[in-house]
Write a protein that binds this ligand. Structure first.
Ligand SMILES: Cc1ncc(COP(=O)(O)O)c(C=O)c1O
Length: 419
C-alpha cells in the first residue's frame, strides 16, 4: 500500500467536529423533508452504495488521530483545519451520533456526552456564569435538582423553582436572570410544561431556554420547533434504548453547540466511541419502540386506575390527568413512563415492588424491559419532606418504565403483585 497517498488523502468537506463526506443526510441536504423514522435510520450517516461497504457505522476505536505533516498540525492549531485530533475533542463515530440526533430533533447541531448529567451540566454551564440566576421547574430528575441545589450555589449561580404550570414565574425574573430550564413530562409524576408558553416567556425576557426532552424523546415532541434554544437528553434512556450504555446529548444551534462542546471537551465529559455505536444503533429503532411503549403504558395505566389498591395514577394519556389536554396539544403520544400512588403509602409500595416478577426493580428508564422503582429510594433520595412535596413525590409513589413485553403478561404480573 502506498502509505504516503493513504495518509495524505483528505476528506471532501470538514465540519467543526471533524471530517465527513458530502453524502450525509443532514440539514440542507433534503433531510427535513424526510419522515422521522427515515431520519432516525439514515440521518447523519453516509449514503453508502459502494461495493463491500458496511451498512452499520464503524466504531472508530482510537483515542488519538494521526497527522501527515507538521503543516497540517499547524493548520489545526490555527483553526484552519478541523480534522479529528483526539477523541475527547471529537471522533467520526461520535459525529454520526451527533448528526443523527440533530436531524431527529430538527436542530442545526448536537454534541454527545458521557452521560445525561454531563450534557445537562455542560449545557447549563455554557449558558450561566457566576452572578447569574436560573429559573427551573421544581419537578426535575433528582440529579439535575441536586446539581442546582448542591453545586450551583458554590459557583455563584442562584436557582429559583417554579411549578410546571409556570404560575407566578413573572415574579421570579430579575435583571440577573439568564435562563429558563424545564423538564416535560417531569420525572417522576409526569406533569407537563406548556412548551410554547415557556419558550415565549423566555423570548419575552431574553432568557436562554433549555429543556430536558428525555421522557418524551424526539418521537413525541420537538421543542426546537416550538421555540426552544437548547434540548438535552439522557440518551442512556429511550434514545439508546437497551439499558446498556450511559450517554447524553445536547441539541441546538451550531453557535450554542460550539459553546457546549467547549465545556464537554474541557470538563472531560466526552462520550466513548463504543457507546456512540450503541446509541446510533438504538436510535434507529426508537420510533417503533416508543410506539409500542406508549400502547403498553396506556393499557397498564388504565388497568391501575381501576384497581382498588391504587390511590392515583399519573399518566398524561388518562383523562383524569391534570395535563391531559396539554399532552394532546403538544405531544404525538403520551409516553412510556407512568407513576402511581399506592393506598397504604410506603409499606404497600414496597410490598408491591418486592412482589413483581416480570417488571424488574431498577432505576433508569426507556429500555426494552419494563421497570419499577420507588423514587424516594432512587432519583429522589436525599430530599427533605418539603422538597419531595414540591416535586410531587409521595413515599408511596411507584414509577414505572414501560418496556416492549406483551401487555397481557405485564398486567397479569401487576395483578399478582397487587393482591
Ligand atoms: C429526565 C432525566 N434527565 C436526566 C437524567 C440523567 O441522565 P444520566 O443518568 O444519563 O446522566 C435522567 C436519569 O435518570 C433522567 O431521568
Amino acid at each position: 500500500m502506498d502509505m504516503k497517498t493513504t495518509k495524505q488523502s483528505k476528506p471532501a468537506t470538514q465540519t467543526k467536529s471533524g471530517p465527513q463526506s458530502d453524502r450525509h443526510l443532514q440539514a440542507g441536504n433534503g433531510l427535513s423533508k424526510l419522515g422521522p423514522q427515515t431520519r432516525a435510520i439514515h440521518g447523519g450517516e453516509a449514503l453508502r452504495h459502494g461495493v463491500n461497504g458496511p451498512v452499520a457505522t464503524e466504531i472508530i476505536r482510537t483515542s488519538t488521530f494521526t497527522f501527515s505533516s507538521t503543516e497540517e498540525m499547524k493548520e489545526w492549531a490555527e483553526g484552519k483545519n478541523k480534522a479529528y485530533i483526539y477523541t475527547r475533542y471529537g471522533n467520526p463515530t461520535l459525529s454520526v451520533a451527533e448528526r443523527k440526533i440533530a436531524a431527529l430533533e430538527g436542530a442545526e447541531a448536537a454534541v454527545v456526552a458521557a452521560s445525561g448529567m454531563a450534557a445537562i451540566s455542560s449545557s447549563l454551564l455554557a449558558v450561566l456564569k457566576s452572578g447569574d440566576e436560573l429559573i427551573s421547574t421544581a419537578q426535575l430528575y433528582g440529579g439535575t435538582y441536586r446539581l442546582m441545589r448542591d453545586v450551583f450555589p458554590n459557583m455563584g449561580i442562584t436557582v429559583h423553582h417554579v411549578q410546571p404550570d409556570l404560575c407566578g414565574i413573572e415574579k421570579l425574573v430579575s435583571a440577573r436572570t439568564r435562563a429558563l430550564y424545564v423538564e416535560t413530562p417531569t420525572n417522576p409524576t409526569l406533569r407537563l410544561v406548556d412548551i410554547e408558553k415557556a419558550a415565549a416567556f423566555a423570548k419575552k425576557h431574553k432568557l436562554i431556554s433549555l429543556i430536558d426532552n428525555t421522557f418524551a424523546t424526539p418521537v413525541l415532541q420537538n421543542p426546537i420547533a416550538l421555540g426552544y434554544d437548547i434540548v438535552v437528553h439522557s440518551a442512556t434512556k429511550g434514545l439508546a434504548g437497551h439499558s446498556d450504555i450511559l450517554a447524553g446529548v445536547s441539541v441546538g444551534s451550531a453557535e450554542w453547540m460550539d459553546k457546549v462542546r467547549h465545556l464537554i471537551i474541557n470538563l472531560g465529559g466526552s462520550m466513548d466511541p463504543g457507546a456512540a455505536f450503541l446509541l446510533i444503533r438504538g436510535v434507529k429503532t426508537l420510533g417503533v419502540r416508543v410506539q409500542r411503549q406508549c400502547e403498553n403504558a396506556m393499557a397498564v395505566a388504565t388497568f391501575l386506575e381501576k384497581h382498588p389498591k391504587v390511590e392515583h395514577v399519573h399518566y398524561p394519556g388518562l383523562k383524569s390527568h391534570l395535563d391531559h389536554e396539554l399532552a394532546k396539544k403538544q405531544m404525538r403520544g403520551f409516553g412510556s413512563m407512568l407513576a402511581f400512588d399506592m393506598k397504604g403509602g410506603l409499606p404497600a409500595a414496597r410490598r408491591f415492588c418486592d412482589r413483581v416478577r416480570l417488571f424488574l426493580m431498577a432505576a433508569s428508564l426507556g429500555g426494552v424491559e419494563s421497570l419499577v422503582i420507588l423514587p424516594i429510594y432512587s432519583s429522589h433520595y436525599n430530599m427533605s419532606d418539603e422538597e419531595l412535596k414540591r416535586a410531587g413525590v409521595s413515599p408511596g409513589t411507584v414509577r414505572v418504565s414501560m418496556g416492549l413485553e406483551d401487555k397481557e403478561d405485564l398486567i397479569e404480573d401487576l395483578k399478582q403483585a397487587l393482591e
